[in-house]
Design a protein around this ligand. Structure first.
Ligand code: ADP
Length: 169
């Protein structure tokens, strides 16, 4: 039988436990998940693509049937090239829905051969986003337990030289 492959695209700036949860649950539905980092120069990222890939690589060590890659351009073309039958996305709050729905509809318009599959976030990761993690880390807050260990280290390193902004007296 044909191998069922899903691509899981995102910025992963950086990868969080919420992303990992989607990857692991995705693997119960698909034979292989390709985690693919979007190369989007217009997005203001904290980490370089190489740094993001390294953190993903380290975080999924020991999990089989995962491939890590990058893509540029149309996701649907990338998914077709990788022979994927699905695009995997995670859903948290209603605020995710509008954007995700629009993107899924557009991708469906572009190709009927590839389905978008949404997984609801695990309850523990509902409030976790890469941007919230970056903000907390920037101000020296505790991020342990919300991101893989390697991400904790890299965030601390990144922000070591940047002093948090002081509140006005
Ligand atoms: P993008 O810029 O494409 O939104 P992200 O890295 O922020 O990239 O997210 C990639 C995917 O992972 C999206 O589908 C997003 O909804 C999902 N995701 C992000 N954080 C979580 C989380 N805590 N729980 C479940 N899904 C998540």
């Amino acid at each position: 039988m044909k191998e069922k492959i899903a691509v899981y695209p995102g910025s992963f700036d950086p990868i969080t436990n919420g992303h990992l949860d989607i990857i692991q649950r995705g693997l119960t539905l698909f034979d292989k998940v390709i985690v693919t980092v979007a190369v989007n120069p217009s997005k203001n990222a904290l980490f370089t693509i190489e740094e993001r890939l390294e953190m993903i690589r380290e975080s999924v060590k020991g999990i089989s049937n995962i491939e890590i890659d990058t893509f540029e351009g149309l996701l649907i073309d990338y998914a077709a090239k990788r022979k994927a039958c699905a695009i995997l996305r995670g859903l948290r709050a209603m605020s995710d829905f509008e954007f995700e729905f629009q993107m899924a509809m557009m991708n469906r318009r572009l190709s009927r051969d590839i389905q978008t599959v949404f997984l609801m976030t695990g309850f523990r990761w509902f409030f976790i986003s890469s941007s919230a993690i970056k903000e907390v880390a920037h101000f020296g807050g505790k991020i342990e337990g919300m991101v893989p260990e390697i991400v904790c280290e890299k965030l601390k390193e990144k922000f070591k030289s940047i002093k948090p902004a002081k509140c006005r007296p």
